[in-house]
Design a protein around this ligand. Structure first.
Ligand code: HAM
Length: 427
């Protein structure tokens, strides 16, 4: 039997890459604090019904991409394909709508699961960072949410970004548009794939999203939602754009932008990478407003807006723009023991250094001094502390600063303080 490999569409983050992940997570945590979004952690699996009702029965996500299973108690559970439905469930279940300060501003980072065809930037397990602001329909919060998404990319070092914006309108506008779409496609619906035929009455907007019938001539001439926005929806959209202008955030309006999830209305947006060499998938983040979702999931009227981005695509974009992040966290001190007696002392010295906030390491394979020295070099230790017979006798260790080759005898009790001082001098 062959060796077991990671399942298709999954991958390991190895130590040489995890520093990048940590740096991005730090950026996310820092910015969310600046914008005052608080972290929420919800389960990785939920009742399947949550996504059927939340994300929508006619979406590709629910129809084709969910990891759904029966547990031993015969419940239908699903690994979350996205975060919004879970966060809204939690907002309702924990009565966050009752908190005096609305909107409740939340963020999350964690793995999501979709059974998709894996390619660059498309995985079956991927990590989304997302935010949800629930309990306000102020267009200024739409602009804030978009600004936060852009800020995460800019703070990470990305430059080639494009913000694409659309309004999906309110229920009335959407119904008018839906009717127009049905009338547009119905006479020729037999020429479309089975999925589209099913979508015609239920959710004709999804037809525009179809990958199979993309080239059908009726696609290009389909009625545009922009022409069916009522006055209120247009006014709302104008205000969102006004706030974005105020914030100096540039955008392009694309009336064909439809999102792959059913809960959206009014503001919808995507952020694309314009970096050269990016594969077929250039969407970095997507989001929008969902004014009916809280009610659909059993809560009181609480309009919301949010977005999500995968860390994988952010990392891909950084690579394409040749932005380097996550430099290896440096090793302060490598402690070398020359013999068995010195090793005991080395173990204690390493502990003392760490207790003082100095990163420290040593050899655990009983290698000769020369090999340990090489190891210290490879690990790019700033200082090497050498302990041997004579050091044990004199009560002092030899401390060598690798960059300058300066060497000094330092009493064991003063090692931490000495290295700390040298460290801060060099910084
Ligand atoms: P979404 O457009 O389905 O929206 O996904 C958002 C982002 O997740 C995408 O732009 C992409 O960065 C990432 N993503 C999605 N699928 C994959 C995949 N298979 N591999 C790697 N990355 C992926 C949502 O999920 C909504 N919940 C966003 C939202 C939050 N809307 C309002 N609030």
């Amino acid at each position: 039997m062959g060796n077991i490999q990671a399942p298709r569409g999954t991958y390991d983050v190895l130590p040489q890459d995890s520093a990048k992940w940590q740096e991005i997570e730090q950026t996310i945590n820092r910015l969310c604090n600046l914008y005052q979004y608080k972290e929420i952690r919800t389960p990785v699996f939920e009742h399947t019904e949550l996504f059927q009702r939340g994300v929508g029965d006619t979406t590709d996500i629910v129809q084709k991409e969910m990891y759904t299973f029966q547990d031993r108690g015969d419940r239908s559970l699903t690994l979350r394909p996205e975060g919004t439905a879970s966060v809204v469930r939690s907002y309702v279940e924990n009565k966050l709508f009752g908190q005096p300060d609305q909107p409740v501003k939340l963020y999350y980072t964690g793995p999501m699961f979709r059974y998709e065809r894996p390619q660059a930037g498309r995985m079956r397990q991927f990590v989304q960072f997302g935010v949800e602001a629930i309990g306000s329909k102020d267009p200024a919060i739409d602009a804030e949410v978009i600004a936060l998404a852009m800020d995460v990319y800019k703070s990470s070092g990305l430059k080639s970004l494009r913000l694409v914006l659309n309004s999906l309108g309110d229920t009335e506008s959407r119904l008018a548009h839906k009717q127009a779409l049905i009338e547009h496609f119905a006479p020729s619906i037999k020429e479309f794939c089975g999925d589209c035929q099913n979508r015609l009455e239920k959710n004709p907007l999804r037809i525009l999203d179809c990958k199979v019938d993309r080239e059908h001539p009726l696609m290009a001439t389909a009625p545009s939602l922009a022409d069916y926005l009522n006055e209120e929806s247009s006014a709302y959209f104008a205000e969102v754009k006004g706030y974005l202008d105020e914030l100096g955030i540039r955008y392009v309006v694309d009336p064909n932008l439809v999102r792959g999830l059913d809960y959206y209305n009014h503001t919808a947006f995507e952020i694309m990478s314009e970096a050269e060499g990016f594969g077929a998938i250039t969407t970095l983040a997507g989001g929008g407003r969902y004014n009916g979702l809280v009610e659909d999931l059993g809560g009181p009227e609480s309009p919301g807006i949010g977005f999500a981005m995968s860390i994988e695509r952010l990392l891909l974009a950084l690579e394409m723009e040749k932005v380097e992040i996550g430099q290896d966290r440096s090793l302060d001190a490598y402690v070398i023991a020359m013999d068995a007696a010195s090793k005991k002392k080395a173990v204690a010295v390493v502990r003392d250094l760490r207790a003082s906030g100095i990163s420290a390491d040593m050899d655990f394979t009983d290698r000769k001094m020369k090999a340990q020295m090489k190891s210290a070099d490879r690990k790019q230790a700033r200082f090497v502390v050498v302990i041997g017979e004579s050091e044990l006798e004199s009560g002092k260790a030899a401390v060598k600063e690798m960059a300058t080759r300066d060497q000094q005898e330092v009493a064991f009790g003063e090692l931490a303080e000495n290295i700390q001082k040298k460290k801060s001098l060099g910084e």
